[in-house]
Design a protein around this ligand. Structure first.
Ligand SMILES: C[S@@+](CC[C@H](N)C(=O)[O-])C[C@H]1O[C@@H](n2cnc3c(N)ncnc32)[C@H](O)[C@@H]1O
Length: 271
């Protein structure tokens, strides 16, 4: 599954213009490390440790606050992401309605895969808005790039993230959508910190996860989450529940926002 650096560069060359050659070269190295993370279970650290590294990277976790972290779904699963039954299982139309995406917004599709939801978000933000689509697998972004071309969508910017760093701009995003992604983060603390910092003051994360409490949902336990666990993990990272929608067929839809920061002594009003 591991690809050579030159193959990776060749694949990335077909990404849209925004990705300059300079960034592509940087991506080539990052992509190589990224595929190591994706190819092996997070516990197999030796290959990463022996790779040439210039900066200290946080270790991938296998468990977080009592939850076992799932291994990221490989790009070989693209057909599964586009299965026709998804419409009954997820009711994408109803989920997207709840997001209340408006023209002109900057929306991030975090862990976009090959763009099942990116396409819809791009139509909703329109030409004055933008979708930032992030994934750690270059093959997913390559497929998304083809999809954008076929649909003539020019408002999608793609970022090849790292498992601990989505490389988002600070304070610029109205909404981050994560469908069936968060439970795969091998570095949830770094990812949540980075996403929180990327939001505008009233920005939200819309988290969609298969319901862990519901034995009727036929998904592997590691790929499901309970509400209790979600709240535990987000609250540990200075985020809280703003709103939720409980009527999707198999999934939770929870809107999370940054908790108000404690005021510094200077900002506090005198008694
Ligand atoms: C199950 S797929 C879901 C794809 C898409 N959201 C959808 O609903 O069709 C999960 C995706 O999350 C990506 N992913 C896992 N960890 C990630 C991380 N730290 N940053 C960005 N993407 C990540 C995987 O590479 C994979 O493409």
């Amino acid at each position: 599954m591991l690809k050579s650096r030159s193959t990776m560069l060749w694949m990335l060359k077909s990404l849209p213009n925004r990705l300059t050659l300079k960034r592509l070269l940087a991506f080539g190295s990052i992509a190589f490390l990224g595929t190591l993370f994706v190819a092996d279970p997070p516990s197999v650290c030796t290959a990463q440790d022996s790779a040439v590294k210039t900066t200290e990277e946080p270790k991938p976790l296998t468990k977080y606050l009592g939850r076992r972290i799932a291994i990221p779904m490989s790009y070989h699963g693209i057909p599964w992401l586009n299965r026709p039954e998804r419409i009954q299982e997820e009711n994408p139309e109803e989920m997207l309605e709840q997001l209340d995406v408006q023209p002109g917004m900057t929306v991030c599709d975090m862990g976009c895969g090959d763009g099942y939801y990116t396409m819809e978000l791009a139509k909703r933000v329109g030409p004055t808005g933008k979708v930032i689509a992030v994934d750690i697998q270059p093959e997913m972004l390559q497929e998304l790039s083809r999809r954008c071309e076929r649909n003539n969508l020019k408002n999608v910017e793609m970022i090849l993230g790292l498992p601990h760093d989505p490389k988002l701009p600070t304070g610029k995003i109205d909404l981050i959508l994560m469908v069936d992604v968060y439970h795969e983060f091998s570095n949830p603390v770094e990812m949540l910190t980075s996403m929180r910092e990327s939001l505008k003051p009233n920005g939200r994360i819309a988290l969609v996860e298969f319901r862990g409490e519901d034995p009727q949902v036929p998904i592997k336990p590691e790929h499901k989450m309970t509400k209790k666990q979600i709240l535990k993990e987000y609250q540990a990272n200075k985020m809280g529940l703003v709103k939720e929608y409980d009527r999707l067929p198999w999934q939770h839809l929870m809107f999370m926002g940054a908790e108000p920061q404690e005021k510094s002594p200077k900002q506090q009003k005198p008694e």
